[in-house]
Write a protein that binds this ligand. Structure first.
Ligand SMILES: [Mn+2]
Length: 400
């Protein structure tokens, strides 16, 4: 079944139908999937990779259960902009990844370069992964994948757009939509080309804006809206940060990553998780009233069975941009993590400062800080925290 490419909405509808009919016939499938944050970059990367690929093209998947789409207002915003019906998207539980045939199925991974463990347990053979395009540190897997492009860039979509330049559609409204969907990721990942911009992003931006102009002039009499990069960016940014009504548990799990660390020779494991939230600690504390904030974080940490929980906040843009950090050792066996983290943060120059006279601090178990190094995002902080979980244990043992 070849896939229809008249519009993004039609493309995704047709992709889903094609996948479901293959599953119905127990035929192997080809899918392309982004990382479990399912942010705009992963969303757009999987769709544009699928769109550009020649038939039989892979079918794009979002690496979250369908219910979690409600936590991503920015994706719903893009769906409405491009007339994509959310019912046409594919999620890890719709259809369940475990229902995909193992034999003959191929995977393309974008916006990460190591298949996530849940999916890996269904597809244990690394040769299932046939292509990789990503902008994170190279973890060294799937060396015979083709293409295998892993380079630093603000957005993974920039690498994909540049790679597939020659297969970009040359006519029809889908050309403008595809370019705008790609630019939504490029602009969000680079804060409108002011942050983390590389030459890959510059090249992609230039190429995509030309496509938007060509697409607009082709429409002739029926003049479409003029391309306004800032207005477009503001619309997506506004949707992404429209989280005021989300309950605390949803804010915590919305942009959540967790890791299991092996902390000693006996194979003992500890679990650490980091939420990234686009609101200040004070906003969270005030909104929940009383101890609601702390109780809510604790309940979430218990639900996830964490030893160490962390919240990173980001607010504002440009000169107003700020970061804060809260780390909490929830179990006795995690004692020592915060003191190890404080040292590592100092060496790494995070510039941690006491948060509001220590009003969220509890002894050596819980600390909140302002973070002066605004460039250090979760990508940089997570490795320090994970090392601290491992180092904290050693320290604890040596004190005994
Ligand atoms: Mn990305």
């Amino acid at each position: 079944m070849s896939i229809i490419r008249t519009s993004l909405g039609q493309f995704l509808h047709s992709s889903r139908q094609s996948l479901l009919s293959s599953l119905g016939a127990s035929k192997p499938v080809n899918i392309v999937i982004g990382n479990q944050s399912a942010d705009i970059d992963s969303f757009a990367s999987s769709i544009i990779y699928a769109y550009y690929s020649p038939d039989p093209s892979p079918v794009p998947f979002l690496s979250i259960p369908r219910a979690d789409l409600a936590l991503r207002p920015e994706i719903l915003h893009l769906c409405s902009l491009f007339s994509i019906s959310p019912s046409d998207l594919l999620f890890t539980d719709d259809p369940p990844i475990a229902s995909l045939p193992v034999s003959g199925t191929t995977l393309t991974i974008v916006d990460h370069n190591r298949l996530e463990s849940d999916i890996r347990s269904h597809f244990p053979d690394d040769s299932t992964v046939r292509a990789v395009i990503d902008h994170h540190d190279d973890e060294g897997f799937y060396l015979s994948a083709s293409p295998r492009i892993i380079e630093k860039s603000g957005s993974c979509t920039s690498l994909i757009a540049n790679h597939f330049k020659s297969s970009f559609p040359t006519e029809g409204p889908v050309r403008g939509d595809l370019a705008r969907l790609t630019l939504a990721a490029v602009l969000i990942d680079t804060t409108n080309m002011t942050n983390k911009v590389t030459q890959h992003d510059e090249r992609a931006l230039k190429f995509l804006e030309v496509q938007i102009q060509k697409s607009a002039s082709e429409d002739g009499g029926d003049a479409p809206e003029k391309w306004d990069r800032k207005a477009f960016f503001d619309g997506v940014w506004g949707a992404k940060n429209n989280v005021d009504k989300l309950p605390l548990r949803d804010l915590l799990r919305k942009d959540w990553k967790e890791w299991v660390e092996i902390v000693d020779e006996t194979g003992e494991e500890q679990k650490v998780g980091i939420a990234s939230i686009p609101r200040e600690l004070n906003w969270l504390k005030e909104r929940e009233r009383g101890d609601g904030f702390i109780d809510g974080v604790k309940a979430w940490a218990e639900e996830r069975e964490l030893d160490v929980a962390c919240i990173m906040t980001t607010t504002g843009r440009g000169g107003e941009f700020r970061r804060e950090l809260l780390v909490w050792e929830l179990t006795n066996r995690a004692n020592g993590c915060i003191s190890a983290f404080t040292e590592k943060a100092k060496e790494a120059g995070l510039g941690l400062g006491e948060w509001q006279n220590g009003s969220l601090d509890v002894g050596s178990e819980r600390r909140a800080w302002t973070q002066a190094d605004l460039t250090a995002s979760r990508k940089q902080v997570a490795p320090l925290l994970r090392e601290s979980v491992r180092a904290g244990v050693g320290k604890n043992l040596s004190q005994v």
